[in-house]
Structure formats: C-alpha cells, structure tokens
Design a protein around this ligand. Structure first.
Ligand SMILES: Nc1nc2c(ncn2[C@@H]2O[C@H](COP(=O)(O)OP(=O)(O)OP(=O)(O)O)[C@@H](O)[C@H]2O)c(=O)[nH]1
Ligand SMILES: [Mg+2]
Length: 457
C-alpha cells in the first residue's frame, strides 16, 4: 500500500528525454531500489560504494545480454531531485535501446512512472512546495523569454516567498490576538490596534498584487489572441503577412479572398501573440462559403483578447468609423484602429482620427509603431513584470479566498468582534494559503495536478 505522505516505497523508471531518435536518451529511476537495480544491470562497478553525484561509464547488461555502453549518474537520497536515490542512465538515443534499458529496470523490480511522478515525489518529500512543482511544468511548457522567466522565478520559490510573508503577517496577528484572549478575563484591550491594521493592510496589499498579476501571468503563459478584422480588401491578410514577415496568407485585389480564418504566432518582445486573419465582413454577400467565413470572423472578434480593426483610408469615412467604435465599446471588445494604405493618400483626414495607427501593410510602414501599441495595450499596464507573477488559475482562486478572508478579518476588527472569532477567521485564511503551497491538500487534488505533467518529469 502506498503511503503518499511519507513517500512511496516502490521504485519508478521513465524516459526523461523526448521519445524518438536523438544523440542521447536519458532513462531515470527513483526509489529505494534504484541502486540495487542498477548494480544488477551494471555489475562491473560497485555502485553501492560510489559517492553521490558521481558518474561512471560502462556496459549496461541485462543478465548476460549487453544493452549499450552508457553513462550512469548517481544521486543518493536525500540529495536528489525527488529526495530518493536516483540513477540516471544516459544511453544512445535509439528508441529501441531506450526501451530495453527501461524494460531491464522493470524486470529487476522498478515500475514505469506515471506522468509527473518524479516531481510529485519531490513535493511529497519536501523538496519543492506545490507552487514550485507546478512551475516546473510551466517551465517545461515555456516557449517565450517571458514565460521562461516567470516559471523559473517560481521554481526558485519566488511565489512561495511572497506567500510566506503573508502567512507570517497572519501568524503574528494571531499571536497578538492570543495574547488578548489570555487576558480576556481581565478585560485587557488590544495592546496595539494600529499594529493589527498595519499587519492586515500589508497582507492585503501583497495578496492584491498577486491577484492583479494574474492577468499578466495569463498573457505570458498563454499568449495574446489578436483578431484582424475589417471589410473585404482592407488589407488584413497583407497585414498578417507583414507582421509575420512571410507570405502566409493569400493576398489579392478580389474582395472576399480570405474565406477561413488563419492563425499564426509571432513573438513581440518575449510575448507570444496569436494573430488571426479573418474573412472580410460585409453585409450583402450571397456567397454561402463567404457567409460562413464572416460568421467565423464575428466569433473571433468576440473571443480574441484584442481586435485590430483595419480599414482602407480611401474606403472608410468618419461616420462609419464612429459607429464601428460604438459597436466595439458596447460589446466591451478591446480594439485598435489601423488606417491602412496610407501610402496612397498622405493627406487623408482619417490619418488624424483620434487614436488611429496609420500603416501601409504593403510597404511595411508604421508596423513598428503598431507592434509597440499592441504590446502596450495588452501586456504593459497589466502589472509590473518584475514582481512575482502568478499564472495558475488554482492559485488565483485560492488567493481570492485569502483576500475575502482578509476583508472579513478587517471588518471583524472594525466591529470589535471577540478575539476568538477573529482567530477562527485567521485560521481559515491560513488554511487557504496552505492550500496554495500544498501544506494542506488532499490526494485527489494532487493526483489531478501531477497528471498534467509529462512522463519522466
Ligand atoms: N497600396 C496599398 N495596397 C495595399 C495595402 N495593403 C493591402 N493592399 C492591397 O489591397 C488588396 C487587398 O489586400 P488583402 O490583404 O488581400 O485584403 P484582405 O483584407 O485580406 O481582403 P479579404 O481577404 O478579401 O477580406 C491587395 O491587392 C493588396 O495588395 C497597402 O498598404 N497599400
Ligand atoms: Mg484576406
């Protein structure tokens, strides 16, 4: 029977590198039998006698059958990723060899690991808290400088440190209350009410900052979706190609060229933007396929994080632009107005319309300005990227409960409710904090969190 809280008592094995042919493949094994198993497969060296963090080269054999010439790295408990004995076998990167190495370990008593099981063990053995373990998954999935930076900061415990501060403030708070409870019979007032409010306000400030960082965290982790919307022939596909710096979408002078949506990503200053080129929107098309395309454009317009509304300056007038803006505002759609084909008419008065970004998608002018405005509208202003940033919805929800609880403690203080009731609310708040870091959790929740990892991590 597995006792999850004191770690597992079996030994797990999995491929740690990507499946498929590569120069080197790493098979990793963790658990109390790792050293015994590898000793049986690697009889030429006395592995039990080797120091932790040492490496050996030799032939890996399953009974008499030679499998490969490998490098073995030894990490002895507790100085390893999981806190258990870990052996890493670096073999040649043929899937056939990798499978034989895994099969040999299984034959000698190891079990194939479930997704995220190495990191789950690291968590259960106190090597990482839950936020750090979750950040490991984010780090593996990171695909931009910003997502890498956020995840790395959280793997190193950036978020946990902030939570610890809030926790310490609450514990100090609880200690003061306890003092008051001890003297309740003598009818002693709070020693220093100001101090209570100061502690509470610091805790609320820190929580608020973390909650606010989620919007940026989400942008960093999932990117920004940008729908390019406009009338037929406005130059949407030309703009997409220009932003991507490649001829991705078909461009022609025929109105209604783009039928289906086209999605491509572009990295602007370390953030992933998902650009969506759409079919031009017009009201009187009799073409069935074009109408389906227009339906999709409307859908993308509603679900994107921001809309680039692009128009041909020679085809648009102020009145229709006004009404377009009103439609966006009413639907609470975030948008930028892009005046295209500015190369054709430099004196067009729409180029001075408030907030307009003049470009020529065909001649690649004004595009730098557009990128900066797009970045500022969606990334900057969301919160300070140098602060700790959360990007996990589980953390957000728990922090919202912490915030609510802190508000209630504040109201309790204002209303001079008895100390024992305040203490109760504080312990509720500490409970929510503990849920984030994993001090308080249940097995189902853990299994759910770690099942989203890849195998071998
Ligand atoms: N002069 C000029 N022509 C442009 C500019 N941008 C696009 N065009 C031209 O406008 C025409 C339409 O461009 P597209 O990019 O296909 O327009 P679209 O908005 O994708 O059109 P649909 O897909 O039909 O909705 C093409 O002939 C482009 O070469 C520009 O900045 N200046
Ligand atoms: Mg198009």
């Amino acid at each position: 029977m597995i006792n999850k809280l004191s770690g597992w008592d079996d030994t797990i094995v999995a491929l740690a590198t990507a499946p498929g042919i590569s120069a080197i493949g790493v098979v990793r094994m963790s658990g109390k039998d790792s050293i015994r198993i590898i000793s049986e497969l690697f009889p030429s060296k006395n592995i039990k006698e080797q120091a932790s963090h040492s490496i050996l080269v030799g032939i890996l054999k399953n009974d008499d059958k030679e499998i490969d010439e490998v490098v073995i790295s030894i990490f002895k408990a507790p100085r390893s990723y999981t806190g258990e004995d870990i052996i890493e076998v670096s073999c040649h990167g043929s899937p056939f060899i990798q499978q034989q190495v895994i099969a040999a370990c299984v034959q000698k008593g190891a079990r194939v690991a479930r997704p995220g099981e190495f990191t789950q063990r690291a968590f259960l053995n106190g090597k990482l808290d839950l936020t750090q373990a979750e950040a490991v998954a984010d780090l593996i999935a990171s695909n931009t400088t910003a997502s890498q930076k956020t995840a790395l900061n959280n793997v190193r415990g950036g978020f946990s440190t902030q939570l610890k501060q809030v926790r310490e403030q609450l514990i100090q708070f609880a200690a003061l209350i306890e003092l008051e409870l001890d003297f309740a019979a003598e009818d002693v007032e709070f020693a220093d009410r100001e101090k209570f409010y100061a502690l509470l306000s610091e805790a609320r400030q820190a929580t608020k900052q973390l909650i606010e960082s989620f919007q940026l965290g989400n942008v960093i982790k999932n990117g920004v979706s940008v729908a390019i919307i406009g009338k037929p022939n406005a130059g949407k596909s030309t703009l997409l190609n220009c932003l991507l710096n490649e001829d991705r979408a078909i461009v022609s002078e025929i109105a209604g060229t783009t039928r289906d949506t086209i999605e491509e990503t572009v990295n602007i200053d370390g953030i992933m933007f998902r650009l969506i080129d759409t079919a031009g929107i017009r009201s009187h098309s009799t073409d069935t396929i074009e109408n389906i395309g227009i339906g999709k454009s409307m859908e993308k317009m509603k679900t994107a994080d921001i809309v680039l509304y692009i128009f041909d300056i020679n085809e648009e007038d102020e009145a229709s632009l006004n009404s377009q803006e009103e439609t966006f505002n009413q639907a609470k759609i975030k948008y930028l107005l892009i005046a295209n084909k500015s190369d054709l008419d430099h004196s067009n008065k729409l180029l001075h319309y408030p907030g307009i970004i003049p470009v020529s998608a065909k001649h690649n002018t004004g595009i730098g300005e557009l990128k900066t405005t797009l970045y500022n509208a969606t990334v900057r202003g969301n919160s300070n990227p140098d602060n700790t940033i959360i990007s996990n919805i589980r953390h957000l929800e728990a922090l919202q409960l912490v915030e609510q609880s802190l508000i209630e403690i504040g109201t309790g203080l204002d209303n001079k409710i008895p100390g024992d009731l305040l203490a109760l609310e504080i312990s509720r708040c500490l409970y929510f904090l503990g849920e984030i870091t994993g001090e308080i959790t249940n097995e189902d929740k853990l299994d759910y969190i770690f099942s989203k990892f890849c195998i071998g991590k």
